[in-house]
Write a protein that binds this ligand. Structure first.
Ligand code: UT7
Length: 326
């Protein structure tokens, strides 16, 4: 038995932060942002008391409507996020409560920008073993809650959003075919949130030092991302005897257009087969890949070979080979 993606849903908050808006906030310019990253605008979740779960709820509702199921049918919900509503309890629990998924259990999974891939690989196991029939995997992040809008090196990069997929069993020759996932903790200090965890709990000083925001040393992350994402994408193709002609779509994490281009070049895949929406949404961390699937859903055909690939903080990276199931 294999797990297949049988429905998808996405949500982007209505407020938009453009490069022109950022020009008024920090010393940056539209030309730099577009040429170095590919980003023109990003969506931002505004509103008192709204968090990651609120975007995830909307994405899961869309998915349930599309598939014609009730939240009561969900067995397990995994939420990949680096911006949980609270450090505990898990945002997955909160999502289940808000949508009325009373028969589901759930947990959060933290693998930064690779979180969605790690969660799909994990969720698939519960389908393959026969333990669950309907697993929802959510990738959701309110990055604006941990972005320092006085730091031009990071504030231009990130946006908010949520995407979700439903995994169900299939005996077809489609579904989640293979995955290669990797971590390397040596990279942990190049992209992280310095304080607020158990090593540096929050104090007035850590807050004053802005240590609860994202800290990134862009260059080393860029170099590791180009190599990691391209290598793992080529590796999964080779392992599954896929040529570039066999690949219908590359679905890359959207951190930087230059990283995406390098991955596509390494795979020998033409730009017409690469899902790119970074210009509209920026880097939504766990949500980038499911949001791409949502934007391209109408163009996907049963049996299409997709390579999903990501690289993120940790370091974490990986690729999943999916044969589209509907
Ligand atoms: O999704 C999780 C994984 N994250 C990533 O994959 C991100 C990987 N890193 C990157 O995408 C790139 O490193 C960045 C987009 C973050 C930065 O691009 P870069 O080409 O590596 O630029 P840089 O950091 O080397 O900075 C080049 C110059 C510097 O000025 P000097 O020292 O050359 O005078 C920066 O101060 O650009 C300057 N700069 C900016 N200028 C205008 C940095 N940020 C900005 C900005 N606007 N927003």
């Amino acid at each position: 038995m294999r797990a297949a993606i049988t429905a998808i849903g996405g949500y982007l908050p209505p407020d938009i932060l453009t490069n022109a808006d950022l020009e008024k906030m920090v010393d940056t310019n539209d030309e730099w942002i577009r040429s170095r990253t590919g980003i023109s605008e990003r969506h931002i979740l505004k509103g008192e008391g709204l968090g990651t779960s609120d975007m995830a709820v909307e994405a899961v509702k869309v998915l349930c409507e599309k598939r014609g199921i009730s939240p009561m049918d969900i067995d397990l919900l995994i939420c990949a996020t680096v911006t949980p509503d609270h450090l505990f309890p898990a945002t997955a629990n909160i999502i289940c409560d808000k949508i009325g998924a009373k028969n589901a259990w759930g947990y959060d999974l933290g693998a930064a920008c690779s979180g969605f891939l790690f969660a799909v690989a994990t969720g698939s196991q519960f389908i393959e073993t026969g333990k669950c029939k309907k697993v929802v995997v959510v990738g959701a992040d309110k990055m604006s809650s941990i972005v320092d809008y006085t730091d031009r090196a990071t504030c231009v990069l990130f946006g908010d959003g949520a995407g979700a997929v439903l995994l169900e069993p299939t005996e077809d020759d489609n579904g989640i075919m293979d995955s290669i996932l990797k971590t390397d903790g040596h990279g942990r200090h190049y992209l992280y949130q310095k304080s607020g965890g158990s090593v540096n709990p929050s104090t007035a000083e850590t807050v004053a030092n802005r240590e609860h925001f994202i800290t990134q040393d862009g260059q080393p992350v860029f170099k590791a991302a180009v190599m990691g994402m391209a290598d793992v994408s080529a590796e999964i193709m080779e392992k599954n005897n896929l040529t570039s002609d066999d690949v219908a779509w590359l679905v890359p994490h959207q951190a930087n257009l230059r990283i995406i281009d390098a991955t596509a070049r390494r795979m020998g895949v033409g730009s017409e087969k690469v899902m790119i929406n970074i210009h509209k949404y920026g880097n939504t961390t766990s949500a980038t890949i499911p949001l791409c699937l949502c934007d391209w859903e109408s163009q996907l055909k049963k049996g299409d070979n997709l390579v999903l690939a990501a690289f993120g903080g940790g370091f974490t990276w990986g690729a999943i080979y999916v044969k589209w199931a509907y």
